[in-house]
Design a protein around this ligand. Structure first.
Ligand SMILES: [Zn+2]
Length: 489
C-alpha cells in the first residue's frame, strides 16, 4: 500500500474554497475549451490509443464537495470517493495548475499512484499486448477446468463472448448464451443463463424427495427433440458487471463465478442453489466502452454513444441513467465522466437491461463494479429514503463480507450506497429496488482500495474472483433461506 497524504483536512478545504471562488478568472484566462479538447472525453471512435505517460493519481484528503467543484472545473477524472478523501487522476499539464497547488505531491505526501502508464502496461489485455493472442484450448469431454488459462488475464469483448460459448459447449444442458439487446454501436450485450433445463411436469424424484437432475436432463433432451420443452419457472438471481468500461475485474470475476457454478453444480454448496434459482450473468453491460478500453483508452468509463454533436463528446454513464429518481439536475455536461444522459434510459444498454429485468421474476440483482471493496444496498440517490428492508440487506451483506474475508482476509465495508460512496441518481440498484421491488438488490465495489485502482494486475484475477465467489454464493444461500424457498441448505 502506498502511503496516504497527510494534508490537514480543514486547511485544504479552506484553500480550495478560496480557489473555487477565484474560478471565473481562471476559466477566462486558461481556455476551458482547450482543456476539454485535451481530455479523453472527446476522443473519437477512431482516435488512436491515448497514452497516460506522466499521469498520476493523487489522493486528496479534502471536503468532497470542494474536490468535486475543482474536478468539474478542470474536468478531472475522479476515480473514487472515500469518506474523507478522493482519488483523482491528474494529467501532467494540470499538475502545476493553481487550483491543484495545495495537492502537489512531495516527500511527505507522495502521489498515490505515481506512474499510471506503468500500471496500464501491467494490466494489459491481449489487445494491448505485444504478443499476439493465442486461442485457448477448446473444451472437450464436457468440462473446462478452473485452472484454464482464461482466468489468468483480462479479455476483450470478443474473447469473453467466445468463453461464454465455450461454457455453453461444455455444459449445454446448463448454459444458455443469448443477447439481451444491442449497444449504441451495435454490439450484442451477451448474457449467460445458468440453470438446468429440467421439465416442469416430468422431473423425477429420488427417495430423499429431491429432483434427480440427470434424469430430468435426459428427459429434457428427449422433450426438446420433440418440441415439448418446458423450463421450470424459477426465480432469477441476476449479476451484472461492466457498466463502466475500465473496471475489468468485475467481468473477470463474474466469468469465474459462472465457471465455478458449472463445475460445482453437483457439490453441496452449489447444487441446492441451482435447484432453486436461475443465475443470469451479464458480464459486460457497457460493451462499447469496455471494448474502447482495450483498443483506445484504458481508462474510459462511459459508453460510446454520440450524445452531443456540438461538444463532440461521447458517452453516458450507465450507472447514472437508470430511471428511478433520475434527475436532470445532476451534471448535464456531456463531456463529464458521469454524464447521466439527457433522460433516463437514453442509453440502449440500460434500456435493454431494464427490459430484461422487468420481464423476469427476479429475486436478487447484484451490480459489480470496482474499486473500493464495498458491499452496498440502495439507495444511492438519497440517504433520506431509507429502504424498509435495510436491516435484512445489511445482515445479508455483513454475512457476504464475512464469507469473502474468510478466503484470504480481504476486508469489505458494508452499508448504503449514498453513505459509502456518494449520492448520485440513476443508479442501477435504486431502480431494481425502488421500481422493480427486487428486495435483494446490492452493488459491489471489488478490489482494491486504490493501490492499483482500476488497473489491477492479472495475477489478482483469481484471488479476487475466489473471494467474490464466496460472497455471491453466500448471498444466494441467504436469499433462498430468507425467502423460505429451500429448506435443505
Ligand atoms: Zn463502476
Amino acid at each position: 500500500m502506498l502511503p496516504q497524504s497527510t494534508l490537514c483536512l480543514a486547511a485544504v478545504s479552506l484553500a480550495v474554497g478560496q480557489l473555487v471562488r477565484a474560478l471565473p478568472s481562471f476559466v477566462a484566462s486558461s481556455g476551458d475549451h482547450q482543456n476539454r479538447q485535451d481530455d479523453q472525453s472527446v476522443l473519437s471512435a477512431s482516435a488512436p490509443e491515448l497514452g497516460f505517460e506522466g499521469y498520476q493519481v493523487w489522493r486528496m484528503p479534502i471536503n468532497r464537495k470542494d474536490v468535486e467543484n475543482v474536478g468539474k472545473l478542470l474536468n478531472l477524472d475522479i476515480w473514487a470517493h472515500h469518506p474523507s478523501s478522493v482519488d483523482v487522476l491528474v494529467p501532467p499539464h494540470l499538475m502545476s495548475h493553481p487550483l491543484l497547488a495545495s495537492y502537489i505531491p512531495n516527500s511527505s505526501h507522495p502521489a498515490f499512484i505515481p506512474d499510471v502508464q506503468k500500471l496500464i502496461a501491467g494490466s494489459s489485455s491481449s489487445a494491448f499486448s505485444s504478443s499476439s493472442f493465442k486461442p485457448y484450448p477448446r473444451p472437450s469431454n464436457g468440462s473446462i477446468p478452473i485452472t484454464h488459462p482464461f482466468h489468468d488475464r483480462f479479455h476483450t469483448y470478443d474473447e469473453i463472448h467466445s468463453f461464454l460459448l465455450d461454457l455453453q459447449t461444455a455444459w449445454p444442458e446448463w448454459v444458455d448464451v443469448f443477447s439481451i439487446g444491442q449497444s449504441a454501436e451495435g454490439r450484442d450485450i451477451y448474457a449467460a443463463k445458468i440453470s438446468p433445463r429440467v421439465v416442469a411436469t416430468h422431473s423425477t424424484t429420488d427417495k430423499d424427495g429431491s429432483d434427480d437432475e440427470e434424469e430430468s436432463l435426459k428427459k429434457n433432451r428427449h422433450k426438446h427433440k420433440h418440441g415439448h420443452k418446458k423450463e421450470r419457472s424459477k426465480k432469477e438471481m441476476i449479476l451484472m458487471g461492466g457498466s463502466h468500461g475500465r473496471e475489468w475485474i468485475a467481468p473477470a470475476s463474474m466469468l469465474y463465478f459462472a465457471h465455478h457454478l458449472l463445475l460445482n453444480s453437483h457439490a453441496p454448496g452449489v447444487k441446492p442453489l441451482l435447484k432453486t434459482l436461475s443465475f443470469t450473468i451479464v458480464p459486460v453491460l457497457n460493451v462499447d466502452g469496455y471494448e474502447f478500453t482495450h483498443t483506445n483508452s484504458r481508462l474510459w468509463r462511459k459508453t460510446r454513444q454520440v450524445v452531443d454533436e456540438e461538444s463532440g463528446c461521447f458517452g453516458i454513464d450507465l450507472n447514472r441513467n437508470w430511471g428511478y429518481h433520475w434527475s436532470s439536475e445532476d451534471d448535464q455536461y456531456p463531456c463529464s465522466d458521469d454524464f447521466p444522459g439527457k433522460h433516463a434510459f437514453q442509453a440502449p444498454e440500460t434500456k435493454a437491461m431494464s427490459d430484461y429485468v422487468a420481464s423476469k421474476d427476479v429475486i436478487s440483482f447484484v451490480d459489480l463494479h470496482s474499486y473500493g471493496q464495498l458491499l452496498m444496498y440502495p439507495f444511492s440517490y438519497s440517504c433520506d429514503d431509507f429502504p424498509p428492508d435495510a436491516e435484512d440487506l445489511m445482515e445479508a451483506l455483513l454475512g457476504a463480507a464475512k464469507a469473502l474475508r474468510s478466503v484470504q482476509g480481504t476486508a469489505y465495508k458494508t452499508g448504503q450506497v449514498c453513505e459509502l460512496v456518494y449520492r448520485a441518481a440513476g443508479d442501477s440498484v435504486d431502480w431494481t429496488y425502488g421500481n422493480q421491488e427486487i428486495k435483494w438488490s446490492a452493488s459491489m465495489e471489488l478490489p482494491d482500495t486504490g493501490t492499483y485502482g482500476f488497473l489491477l494486475p492479472p495475477r489478482e484475477i483469481r484471488p479476487v474472483a475466489e473471494e467474490t465467489v464466496a460472497a455471491l454464493v453466500y448471498l444466494a444461500h441467504f436469499v433462498v433461506q430468507k425467502e423460505g424457498k429451500l429448506k435443505d441448505i
